[in-house]
Design a protein around this ligand. Structure first.
Ligand SMILES: *Cc1c(COP(=O)(O)O)cnc(C)c1O
Length: 460
């Protein structure tokens, strides 16, 4: 029967974006460790090889963050009032249904993305930067040091430090410092001091440069230098933008919002996807949904998308390894390519890290998450299609999540299934246009790694 209540020719209004009221911004972060059937193995002190304690970690990270890092029993951790107030500057971030992308692919799948690129610094990193700077100020810290790759984390921390009246010193991976000059300007605009790593300003940097004079830098070298500066400077703590448990904890604000927003859309994801550097945006997006898998057996697939040139999840080894080049960090039980691994110069600087977070590594071992590796060119093709259809130019890192989502959506064409796919758009690419330039001019390459290259850094 014809519906006579609507004038003929009227188009159906489809809801495109789902936003939460300010008072619905989460009040707690979700600590998945409390719900994990197999707890992650402990981090070990590099000297004594005994499990790290809060007392041992506090001089480096501060007390509250160290407590969060080792907390295995509290499922919910309150977001401090001051942090929530700053979240209001840009949260909630939109959950968006990618109708145009679905149409371009011709897929019956429903594709949603959680748009963290709307944050003032352009990525999800700010969610943890604000929290880390807040705790630092509260505990009397006056200086923070950190590492950064493409500069997303450095930019977020520089801003957060400024808000809380803290001096920030950032070691940026040298190749990115040169490839992405505007990120350096952003950090400097927020008042941070930026040094390309490896540099001559630390013993670790000098050692690396003596051995390899034209070392291009890696997150591993930058972490060593930032840690060394923190340990040799008064009232100075070290911040980290990924990998550690407390970073991913802060990022669960993404998934907790997305959960409510998916409810508004009347759907629940069959597949949750995030790109993978150290695991913070992936974990932050996936864990809130995974709690229903752990508690109630809800079947959802969780896919971490890493670059084929830095494949620690798909081709690395699970073992204890250092988080940095010089071996200053605690030993972490994780999937790793070896702490001396230097990834090729792909444009997704934020994904060029040799290891994976401790929680995610355990979850991968327990087969609660899956991992895929994406070649660089496929990632940019996906990013360009996303730009054409949704009008947003994604960060090169985020392109890996989009490519993985497209792979899944294409499978649905074959099977006819209307799977609900949710991925996180971790950042925009407006400061990464040199990467798109190389892609558009055909200069971009896929960097395949041989088994021997992978083995080399894992046998010491
Ligand atoms: C840093 C970064 C990543 C990778 O880090 P994770 O901790 O794995 O999330 C991904 N996307 C963007 C935009 C980043 O800045």
């Amino acid at each position: 029967m014809k519906d006579c209540t609507k004038p003929t020719g009227e188009k159906v209004e489809k809801r495109k974006r789902f936003l939460l009221d300010e008072n619905e911004i989460p009040r707690h972060w979700y600590n998945i460790v409390a719900d994990m059937p197999t707890k992650p193995q402990p981090m070990l002190h590099p000297g004594t090889k005994r499990p790290m304690t809060v007392e041992e970690m506090s001089p480096i990270f501060g007390e509250e963050l160290s407590r969060q890092e080792l907390n295995q029993k509290d499922t919910w951790i309150e977001i401090p009032h001051e942090v929530r107030e700053l979240y209001k500057n840009y949260r909630s971030t939109p959950l968006v249904r990618a109708y145009a992308l679905e149409k371009a692919l011709g897929t019956p799948a429903h594709i949603y993305f959680k748009n963290e690129s709307v944050s003032p610094v352009g990525s999800h990193k700010i969610n943890s930067a604000i929290a880390q700077a807040y705790y630092a100020q509260k505990e009397g810290t006056t200086h923070l040091t950190t590492e950064t790759g493409a500069g997303q984390w450095g930019a977020a921390l520089s801003y957060a430090a400024k808000v809380f009246g803290i001096e920030a010193a950032v070691y940026q991976v040298k190749i990115s410092y040169e490839q992405k000059p505007y990120r350096r300007s952003i950090m400097q605009t927020f008042g941070a001091q930026v040094t390309p790593s490896p540099s001559m300003s630390t013993r670790a940097g000098k050692d690396i440069l003596t051995k390899t004079p034209n070392h291009q830098g890696s997150l591993g070298t930058a972490i060593s230098e930032a840690l060394e500066l923190a340990q040799t400077t008064l009232n100075c703590k070290y911040s980290l933008g990924s990998v550690l448990n407390f970073v991913t904890l802060h990022q669960t604000v993404i998934g907790l919002e997305a959960e409510k927003q998916m409810q508004m859309a009347g759907e629940y994801p069959d597949i949750v996807i995030g790109c993978f550097g150290g695991g913070s945006n992936f974990g932050g997006s996936a864990y809130p949904f995974m709690r229903h898998t752990l508690r109630k057996g809800v079947k959802t697939r969780f896919i971490a998308a890493e670059p084929a040139s830095c494949p620690k999840l798909t081709r690395g080894e699970f073992r204890y390894d250092f988080g940095d080049e010089a071996g200053y960090t605690p030993l972490l039980p994780m999937f790793t390519l070896g702490h001396k691994f230097v990834p090729s110069n792909i444009h997704a600087g934020g994904l060029r890290y040799h290891g994976a977070g401790v929680i995610i590594s355990q979850l991968l071992k327990d087969q609660l998450v899956e991992a895929v590796d994406i070649p660089q060119i496929e990632s940019f093709e996906a990013g360009q299609l996303f730009a054409h259809t949704e009008g947003i130019i994604p960060a090169p890192e985020s392109n890996h999540a989009i490519a993985a989502a497209i792979r899944e959506a294409k499978k649905c064409i074959k099977t006819g299934e209307k799977k609900v796919i949710l991925f996180t758009l971790s950042g925009h690419g407006l400061i990464d246009m040199s990467a798109y330039d190389s892609f558009l001019s055909g200069d971009l390459q896929d960097h395949e790694l041989s088994d021997n290259e992978i083995k080399k850094n894992l046998t010491d």
